[in-house]
Write a protein that binds this ligand. Structure first.
Ligand code: B12
Length: 599
């Protein structure tokens, strides 16, 4: 067992025991708001679904067990105002223990209100099922939903009997606080902004007026994770994703809204204008971000990912951020994301300010015509991009991950194959620090994106429009049938074929150019071959009416619940012996049980 995994289980056990030995039983803990994160498909443990590589590029598995960052901002906002919040990552608990009994677990809790995220649309099956169970067990406890997909589908969502309230928008902490107060004091509901609710008179849609122009009103306190783990004796319930303990990458959001118009993005400028009512991006202050990063650094040695392109906020903003980071001198690696090629001078500025840094860049396609169709006139050429890579590699940049996507407007199967040729060209730059990844856009084209709102104008065809239709899609037998779109250039079957072909070749190139070991390459190769074979067998079974997926097939499919087109470990940073600062954890435990900590 790795030291961190060992430390994780020891701490997990320790939290649990301490919670009881100190007479503070989990059950008796007051909870004003219980935040639940559901798996994508509620009964994924019983079903046999070939989900495919839809989550291969993120730390989560196909269960999409990562809860929204917003859970932490909500928790810290409420905590500062004296309310007790508990986060429970049900998805992760269900993954880790096949016998974990959700209704039994929930029946034991006694919260005043329950919040469930329907942020990412792939949760529309699990989130509504969990809401149904909560309502059944605790009929008097209000069930509140929120997140981007809740915002989009709020009218449909509120009609479900298990849903009492839906919050709209990308920022909900203050209105949610207002609602929790109103529910306990019997206050009026029609003045709470961004709230969709119902009573005997029908459905009410309060105006969407809470759109904060500063993001500094709320903190994202990493210590809350430890705090909740100790308070409720439940470490697993608050972990962000499976394996986080060994790969504690953390994300710091920098912006809400966007200036770019990417066709498939569910948070593009156009989408935000309509969905979150944000006419332009709003940036978090460098001071707030660096404070947040410093707090993370006290706890974790893992990389910190700055979500969003700092340069979108302007040169002065980005320069201030670097200046503050320089002064903070954090030991963690800082990961920068760029939406377009930054000036080379900016890379030098990063290098002067930070000793350990890396880059994530998503050109989506190597082909200019495809990039233009996706992003509007994409303002950079491959030559510009390569010049950036070379400049960064000449500096102390530790790592460059380049991401490509399948399912873009104007993209053909041939173009996807040529993207892999281009990856080889990038590998031939001859630096092991640069690697490439490719994955399909899936499982869904995002609601609110231009590809979803005006599919025909952008060459898309949708197989689902409503929330209920998406729920039905999620329980289809394979990802080819789950995808909610195809394009004028690729059918769903072609999207799947192009993905496996591209993944197979990219895997071989990674072995050839030393990006992964032969052993890892062989495992991925075998995984892709088996996934292809399973797809054929599922199709054959499905084509016979009335045939239910056989148990043999079920068992085989279940083995495909993690990575298929690449090995997830490629996404993570090399492990350290100890990822967390034990001293800080001990200090927290001490503070919780015995009062102020010794310095
Ligand atoms: C960072 C990020 C990630 C990170 C995860 C960060 C995290 N844990 O939240 C990573 C890279 C892992 C990721 C993964 C995915 N992502 Co993402 N992600 C983003 C990104 C770029 C920023 C999000 C952010 O910074 N939020 C800031 C925090 C503070 O706010 P928040 O979490 O949104 O929470 C607020 C509100 O949403 C709301 N809220 C949220 N939940 C709840 C619950 C309740 C009860 C209430 C009341 C309110 C509420 O209130 C919160 C507080 O104000 C957005 C795009 C964008 N610019 O918004 C895409 C975005 C949200 N992701 C998207 C998608 C599709 C995904 C994936 C499904 C992609 C995939 N197939 O792999 C996965 C799902 C991961 C999972 N569940 O396991 C889409 C969502 C579209 C949709 N409607 O479904 C977006 C819009 C990007 C896009 N493609 O267009 N993502």
């Amino acid at each position: 067992m790795k030291p961190d995994t060992l430390l994780g289980s020891v701490l997990s056990d320790c939290f649990h025991r301490l919670a009881f030995t100190c007479g503070k039983s989990i059950r008796s803990k007051p909870t004003d708001l219980l935040l639940l994160h559901a798996p994508s498909v509620y009964d994924f443990r019983e079903r046999a679904i070939l989900y495919g590589p839809v989550s291969d590029m993120i730390p989560s598995s196909t269960v999409f067990e990562m809860y929204p960052l917003g859970f932490l901002t909500i928790a810290s906002y409420m905590q500062e105002r004296g309310l007790k919040v508990r986060i429970v990552n049900l998805a992760l608990k269900m993954m880790n223990n096949r016998r974990f009994d959700v209704p039994r677990f929930l029946a034991d809790l006694n919260p005043k209100a329950v919040g469930i995220d329907l942020h990412w649309l792939p949760h529309c099956h699990g989130a509504l099922e969990v809401a149904r169970i909560v309502k059944e067990l605790h009929p008097k406890v209000p069930v509140i939903m929120g997140g981007l997909s809740s915002t989009y589908f709020h009218r449909e969502l509120i009609d479900y009997p298990q849903v009492d309230f839906v919050f709209r928008g990308d920022s909900t902490e203050p209105p949610l606080y207002q609602l929790l107060l109103a529910l306990s004091n019997g206050g009026v509901l029609d003045e709470i902004p961004n709230l969709t609710w119902k009573d005997a008179a029908g459905v009410h849609v309060n105006p969407h007026t809470y759109v904060p122009m500063s993001l500094d009103y709320v903190d994202l306190r990493p210590d809350l994770i430890a705090d909740m783990a100790i308070r409720y004796g439940d470490l697993e319930g608050v972990l962000p994703f499976n394996g986080w303990w060994s790969n504690p990458i953390t994300a710091v959001f920098t912006v809400k809204g966007c200036a770019y118009q990417c066709v498939t993005c569910g948070s593009s400028h156009t989408t935000c204008t309509h969905l979150t009512k944000r006419q332009q991006p709003v940036f978090r202050s460098p001071e707030s971000m660096v404070n947040n990063m410093t707090a993370i650094s006290r706890l974790s040695r893992g990389p910190i990912f700055l979500v969003g392109d700092l340069l979108q906020g302007g040169d002065a903003y980005a320069a201030e951020m670097l200046d503050r980071l320089h002064k903070a001198a954090l030991p963690n690696e800082i990961v920068f994301e760029f939406f377009t090629v930054p000036p080379i001078s900016f890379l030098h500025d990063i290098d002067r300010s930070i000793s350990s840094w890396s880059i994530e860049f998503s050109p989506e396609s190597h082909e200019q015509a495809v990039r233009n169709a996706q992003e509007g006139e994409a303002g950079y050429s491959n030559e510009d991009m390569e010049a950036m890579f070379k400049a960064a590699l000449a500096l102390r940049c530790h790592r460059i991950d380049v991401f490509f996507m399948i399912g873009l407007p104007a993209q053909t199967s041939r173009s996807v194959a040529e993207t892999i040729d281009y990856c080889e060209h990038l590998f031939q730059l001859g630096d092991q620090r640069l690697s490439c990844f490719i994955s399909p856009m899936g499982p869904f084209a995002d609601p609110g994106s231009r590809s979803f709102e005006e599919p025909e104008s952008f060459g898309f065809h949708l197989f689902a429009h409503t929330l209920e239709e998406h729920r039905q899609l999620l329980v289809q037998s394979s990802w080819e049938r789950i995808l909610n779109y195809e394009t004028k250039w690729m059918t769903r079957a072609e999207l799947v074929d192009a993905t496996y072909d591209a993944a197979e070749r990219l895997n071989e190139l990674k072995v050839l150019y030393g990006r992964i070991s032969r052993k890892r390459g062989a495992k991925v190769r075998q995984g892709i071959a088996e996934a292809r074979a399973l797809r054929v067998r599922i199709d054959a079974e499905q084509d016979q009416p009335g045939v239910i997926t056989s148990s043999v097939l079920k068992g085989e499919i279940n083995r495909f619940s993690v990575s298929t087109v690449c090995d997830k470990r490629e996404l993570f940073w090399p492990r350290r012996l100890f990822n967390f600062r034990a001293r800080e954890i001990v200090r927290m435990l001490w503070r919780y049980y015995f009062g102020p900590s010794p310095e």
